[in-house]
Design a binder for this molecule. Structure first.
Ligand code: 5GP
Ligand code: ZN
Length: 111
């Protein structure tokens, strides 16, 4: 499958990993939008929030259960923002669901 994030999971494309287990991977964004910018993805090709169902939602639950631990491990001690973009109008560019974990400064208002 021609998916950048599936290739990062398989190791075909290298990444700076910050956390990995059997259900998810977290790695530094190649084009950071904040001083600390990590991308958290499930190890299943789910396109976006729009493709979430009762059957695959466990991946998202799992990712969110690890956010606090991952945030601490990358030094985000004073808060952070978690964002997911969905579809063209939402600004999604990689169509494998992912959650941006951003911080390292006081972030501005949402768009
Ligand atoms: P989106 O725009 O879909 O919400 O987020 C996709 C994110 O993936 C972008 O922030 C982009 O910089 C990041 N990204 C795209 N390709 C790669 C890659 O090959 N490696 C890493 N580490 N990040 C990537
Ligand atoms: Zn994928």
């Amino acid at each position: 499958m021609d998916c950048v994030f599936c290739k990062i999971i398989s190791g075909e494309i290298p990444s700076r990993k910050v956390y990995e287990d059997d259900m998810m991977l977290a790695f530094y964004d190649i084009e950071p939008a904040a001083p600390v910018h990590v991308v958290m993805i499930p190890k299943a090709h789910i396109e976006s929030v729009d493709a979430l169902t009762e059957e695959n939602i466990a991946y998202v639950t799992h990712i969110f259960s690890k956010v606090s631990e991952i945030a601490k491990s990358v030094g985000l001690k004073d808060g952070y923002r978690v964002v997911t973009n969905c579809g063209p109008d939402g600004g999604q560019t990689v169509f494998h669901i992912h959650f941006h974990l951003m911080g390292g400064k006081t972030l501005g208002k949402m768009a």
